[in-house]
Design a protein around this ligand. Structure first.
Ligand SMILES: Cc1ncc(COP(=O)(O)O)c(C=O)c1O
Length: 398
């Protein structure tokens, strides 16, 4: 296999992929085929929550593979890893979030959530936020709050309206016609934007007033990344439907939506088979999810994310960094302009430090390392960031 084969035979998503040739990965490092170690400050875009190939996750996968893999479509057979996972998750969530529907990706979880909201309320309207990102299939794409990234794919699903995140005065746009309000608890692609003051509490109140369901997308902040198992816990705002994915299985493809037993029951009749999937709840992936959730909740990983955030904030002080947005290990240093952000990401790649961009905020640099990253690794990576920024000349071309 050559790098050229990658460009020739594998579909591309942009004209300029980083094209790192991966040999193997362990802990906080990805190793390339020339034997170089790359310190991973991105974790597969928040997916590898326990780092690469965590032994407990690998063991859980191997044990499950030795027993059985796919045996039936979702929802028909009793498969231990999926049931145990759903039960453990319920024990860690507010009472109304006690039933989990396991699917294959974040975007599919969002599709299931909005279908459930429409089915339950009998209403069609969906309210979402400007600059929101909820996935790339047609339903989730319809909720993406940036027209230029979706206009080529219109017509999308109708009856979606947008409000400005954090603008309380716009909450009146949630009405008796609204099936659901969909929000990222912390806006990811927009630039790691936190909800202000009591914004989420106000959203919750407005949804209750008009009988709309609140769907929170915790695909990025979920599973301990912000110093709580889920970010909504910081804001005391439990949703009616919780949407999760990414870090859930520490590196295997997964998603889920979680709601009350009563609400979720709507998917099994009128019409029956209201949401179906072949591979959702796959036992191997459920086993990896179970091992990940146990490790995250039975150790001090979650409180440690806040200590690690403090270290990042202390070390990442530089005149070219205007602010650092985000919470826990979901951090976005904001540069003065896009050129500096691009320079930092691309120079870091050359020097063995993995950084990345955010979808819609071109001045931001993504820092979302494995939750298991050590203080020493944070220090080493931050040193590199500072020295790269020190070397920046406004006319530097990568
Ligand atoms: C907030 C948010 N929602 C949904 C998704 C979609 O998840 P997936 O790529 O697993 O479909 C993502 C992925 O980046 C995301 O960040």
């Amino acid at each position: 296999m050559s790098k050229n084969d990658f460009f020739t035979y594998q579909a591309q998503t942009s004209p300029h992929p980083l094209a790192l040739e991966v040999s193997h990965a362990k802990g906080s490092y990805i190793y390339d085929t020339d034997g170089n170690a790359h310190l991973d400050f991105v974790a597969g875009v928040s997916a590898c929550s326990l780092g690469h190939c965590h032994p407990k996750v690998v063991n859980a996968i191997k044990t499950q593979v030795d027993q059985y893999m796919h045996v039936m479509v979702y929802g028909e057979y009793v498969q231990k890893s999926g049931v145990e996972y759903s039960k453990l998750l319920a024990s860690l969530l507010p009472k109304n979030l006690n039933t989990t529907y396991l699917v294959n990706s974040g975007t599919e979880a969002m599709e299931g959530a909005i279908k459930l909201a429409r089915r339950h309320t009998g209403r069609s309207q969906i309210v979402a936020a400007k600059n929101a990102y909820h996935g790339n299939t047609m339903g989730s794409l319809s909720l993406m709050g940036l027209e230029e990234r979706k206009s080529a794919f219109r017509p999308l699903i109708p009856d979606v309206r947008f409000i400005q995140f954090n603008a309380q005065e716009e909450l009146k746009k949630i009405t008796e016609h609204t099936a659901c309000m969909v929000l990222e608890t912390i806006q990811g692609g927009a630039g790691f934007i936190l909800p202000e003051d009591d914004y989420l509490a106000k959203v919750r109140k407005r949804c209750d007033e008009v009988g709309a369901l609140l769907i929170l997308d915790e695909i990025q902040p979920g599973f301990g990344r912000t110093g709580k198992l889920f970010a909504f816990e910081h804001f005391n705002c439990p949703p009616d439907i919780l949407v999760i994915g990414k870090g859930m299985a520490s590196g295997l493809p997964v998603g889920a939506f979680v709601a009350s037993h009563e609400l979720m029951g709507d998917l099994k009749e009128n019409p029956k088979l209201g949401h179906i999937t072949t591979f959702g709840g796959n036992p191997v992936i459920a086993a990896a999810s179970l091992a990940t959730l146990k490790e995250i909740t039975e150790t001090d990983i979650i409180p440690q994310t806040l200590e690690k955030e403090k270290l990042f904030r202390k070390l990442l002080q530089h005149p070219l960094i205007k602010e650092i947005r985000g919470k826990g290990l979901m951090l976005a240093p904001i540069m003065e302009n896009k050129e500096i952000a691009d320079f930092l990401v691309l120079e870091a790649a050359k020097k063995g430090l993995i950084l990345f961009w955010l979808l819609f905020e071109s001045k931001a640099v993504r820092i979302s390392p494995p939750l298991t990253i050590s203080m020493k690794e944070i220090e080493a990576g931050c040193d590199q960031i500072i020295s790269i920024l020190n070397s920046y000349q406004p006319d530097t071309v990568n």
